[in-house]
Design a protein around this ligand. Structure first.
Ligand SMILES: [Zn+2]
Length: 218
């Protein structure tokens, strides 16, 4: 029996398993947060009594989503279509939210608009994380496509594309914390330099490829 005094401790291991590590609202994986930031959220926080802590009313949420949601109702009392999306009922995010190229979650229904606004999913921290994830995925796609498509025909184009994508990857890595090493606290660029890689080479790709760019086929 889940009660006020024990629901978090008892429900959390089951929620972590059932929600497959992800926050019910922003979908962030649990591996990216400290265990103490795994919150047990009451989906409908207006329910009182024993039903409040019923397992079906509990969600795994990251601290940011839970604290932003706070005591807001599941539905807007003035417009029932404006409601929170319940990821345990159906996989309904794509019906209500589209993700733009720059990582913005764009509501396409009243439900999506309410969900994004109430949980604060349009905040810059969410947007920049989603945008960076998309850029990394794009970079991997480009590298793989180029490597597979042009390997035999056009090594110079592969080299050129590789350097361009590495340049972008390095810029994205600038957003991450520095490395703590025996040699001190180093940025990624300083760390690469300590391993004998001069990242300035990336900034002048033509010098590295001998200034020769052969047009890719097709
Ligand atoms: Zn979240």
């Amino acid at each position: 029996m889940l009660r006020e005094g024990n629901y978090r401790k008892k429900a959390l291991p089951f929620l972590r398993n059932d929600f497959q590590r992800t926050c019910a609202y922003c979908l962030d994986p649990r591996d990216l947060r400290h265990p103490s930031l795994d919150h047990v959220d009451h989906f409908n926080c207006k329910i009182s009594g024993r039903k409040r802590h019923a397992y079906t009313n509990l969600m795994l949420a990251c601290a940011a989503c839970n604290l932003t949601k706070h005591d807001k109702p599941v539905c807007n009392p003035l417009d029932k279509r404006q409601r929170l999306l319940n990821c345990t009922r159906e996989c309904e995010f794509p019906q209500h939210i589209r993700e733009s190229e720059d990582g913005q979650w764009v509501p396409i229904s009243p439900e999506g608009k309410y969900h994004v606004t109430v949980i604060g999913l349009d905040e810059a921290c969410h947007r920049s994380k989603r945008a960076m994830r998309r850029r990394l995925a794009d970079q991997i796609l480009r590298l793989l496509t180029t490597a597979i498509q042009y390997e035999a025909d056009n090594p110079a184009e592969v080299q050129s594309q590789l350097m361009a994508t590495l340049r972008e990857l390095l810029r994205d890595l600038d957003f991450f914390p520095p490395l703590v090493t025996n040699g001190g606290v180093l940025t990624i660029r300083q760390w690469l330099a300590s391993r004998g890689v001069d990242t300035d080479l990336l900034e002048s790709p033509s010098a590295h490829t001998g200034g020769k760019h052969t047009r890719a086929r097709g």
